[in-house]
Design a protein around this ligand. Structure first.
Ligand code: SF4
Ligand code: SF4
Length: 156
């Protein structure tokens, strides 16, 4: 996830009137609610293809701020980290967290009431308890064979 999201000067409720593929860069970035849940490791059921989120976080995730510790140069450390864009959302929405704004809009759903674009407060997702603050475990300390023990129920 991004850090230091700039939501100043945006048109009110721009996401309701502008298709995702026509958003400018600031609008696109502003959709991120800062929950940090896309930075959790996931497990995929080989048979059903279902995705389960775990509380095992990417090594770069700061679980207090819920931000990437090295967002700008993260690919030096985590080359596989996805850069989500309007033109690749179709391929990724299925594994995004259920409350993720990109996934919700892609599914044609509204943003939740606690979203910073609606509250004007970047801390509102923390206050609503929908971020990863304080409850992740480190992937350094958690071998992959144990991730199944850390599956979480969505939506959170
Ligand atoms: S899950 Fe979505 S809303 Fe949450 S941090 Fe990731 S991109 Fe942003
Ligand atoms: S490198 Fe890790 S913490 Fe940073 S954005 Fe990617 S998944 Fe999140």
């Amino acid at each position: 996830m991004n850090e230091g999201i700039d939501r100043k000067g945006l048109k009110a409720r721009f996401w309701e009137t502008t298709p995702l593929e026509l958003l400018n860069q600031q609008e696109w970035e502003a959709l991120c609610d800062g929950c940090g849940k896309c930075c959790l490791n996931k497990l995929e059921d080989e048979d059903s293809g279902e995705i389960a989120l775990t509380r095992v976080a990417c090594r770069l995730l700061d679980d207090n701020s819920c931000q990437c510790a090295h967002y700008e140069n993260r690919h030096q450390f985590i080359p596989e980290c996805i850069v989500l864009r309007p033109d690749n959302l179709d391929s990724h929405a299925y594994w995004m967290p259920q409350t993720c704004a990109y996934r919700l809009l892609w599914e044609g759903k509204p943003l939740p009431q606690w979203h910073p674009l609606l509250t004007g407060d970047p801390n509102s997702p923390h206050a609503a308890g929908v971020t990863v603050r304080g409850w992740t475990v480190s992937e350094f300390d958690t071998p992959e064979e144990d991730w199944e023990d850390h599956i979480i129920e969505e939506p959170i």
